[in-house]
Design a protein around this ligand. Structure first.
Ligand code: G3H
Ligand code: 13P
Ligand code: ZN
Length: 341
């Protein structure tokens, strides 16, 4: 089975009422951690790489690592996704490298920072949809702009600015009609990174009701939650205990993600939690074994710590147990599927 178009994973998740975690990767150990967790829980998986990850890893290494994952885990359906493509060129180069799913994030301009116009977003996203669907590749778009609502916290937009950029459900409906995306990332007050909320979030800063409204209007569109790390306090504590510094911070509670899954969320992006787990494990080795210098001495516990986070999310999002139930569909069949639409 192995490499499966993301659209097939998300359709299966929708039919069976579960969500699929999309974990970011930058190196071999992270891919191994995800695959070990998927084996243990029998989960289909989405592995995603940002532009920064592709640059850090080099596409050729990444491609071969993913092919190794597919070869070693033939019973696990895997989608390989470009996270936050900033331009059609980035998405096209990902497709050329074998990614079977891409995100065209036209909510931001090509600099990946400043919010763009609706017209720009439709133009670049539609361009990617036309190119990708002709090759059987899945496309995720984004409407609204990610950012924490609490002043002074979260990456990118904050406060009033972030509130203004929450996804407008009627615009979401129009965007899907105008572009034909398979999946839609929505802005509900989450932001990337560890510093999302200064307290356990309530509905004024994590606006889950927006998801419910969008799902009512777009029951057949797969919704995506970005910035969905839960920032577990125990992972922060490990980092602090072994010499690291993390300010007080809160993430997106797993129960809120589960609520989203009941209302059409099918892909949940998680990167920070794995970064925290890896960092804590490495700090612990360095602190407890000052003589250690074999990278395997600290990368193995780091990989195990990430694996545990992945297992926890796979179980909580409901994807565990479904690996063997997803049917393989070739890219050629996907082209036929899209052309028939
Ligand atoms: O989009 C956010 C992900 O956490 C990836 O982060 O751009 O630092 O690789 P990155
Ligand atoms: P976190 O920073 O919350 O893990 O979000 C990751 C993400 O949205 C990647 O696109
Ligand atoms: Zn994101």
């Amino acid at each position: 089975m192995s490499l499966v178009p993301m659209r097939i994973l998300l359709d299966h998740a929708a039919e069976n009422g579960y969500g699929v975690a999309a974990f970011n990767v930058n190196n071999m150990e992270q891919i191994q951690a995800i695959m070990a967790a998927a084996e243990e829980t029998e989960s289909p998986v989405i592995v995603q790489a940002s532009r920064g990850a592709r640059k850090y890893t080099n596409d050729a290494y990444l491609r071969h690592l993913m092919l190794a994952a597919a070869e070693l885990h033939p019973n696990i359906p895997i989608s390989m996704h470009q996270d936050h493509g900033n331009s059609p060129a980035t998405c096209i180069s990902a497709i050329e490298q074998g990614f079977n799913s891409v995100m065209m994030d036209g909510s931001l301009s090509e600099d990946g920072k400043s919010p763009s116009s609706y017209e720009y977003n439709v133009k670049v996203t539609k361009e990617v949809v036309d190119y990708a669907h002709a090759r059987g590749v899945t496309v995720e778009g984004e409407i609204g702009t990610l950012g924490g609502i609490e002043d002074g916290h979260g990456a990118g937009l904050t406060g009033e600015e972030a509130l203004k950029h929450l996804t407008d459900p009627s615009q979401a409906e129009r965007f899907v009609a105008d572009t034909g995306v398979d999946a839609l990332a929505v802005a509900i007050g989450t932001s990337h990174g560890a510093y999302k909320f200064t307290r356990k979030p309530t509905g004024d800063v994590l606006v889950m009701s927006v998801i419910e409204e969008i799902h009512k209007r777009l029951p057949n569109t797969h919704l995506v939650m970005h910035g969905s790390s839960s920032v577990p306090q125990e992972l922060l504590d490990i980092i602090r205990m072994y010499g690291g510094y993390m300010k007080e911070t809160y993430g997106v509670p797993v129960e809120e993600i589960q609520r989203g899954i009941k209302h059409g969320v099918r892909k949940i992006n998680v990167d920070t939690d794995n970064r925290l787990a890896i960092t804590g494990a490495i700090r612990k080795v360095f602190s407890c074994k000052p003589t250690a210098f074999d990278p395997r001495d600290y990368l193995s516990p780091a990989r195990d710590a990430m694996k545990q986070v992945c297992i926890d999310r796979m179980v909580a999002f409901g994807q565990a147990g479904y690996a063997s139930k997803v049917k393989q569909v070739s890219m050629k069949d996907m082209v036929t599927f899209y052309m028939g639409k």
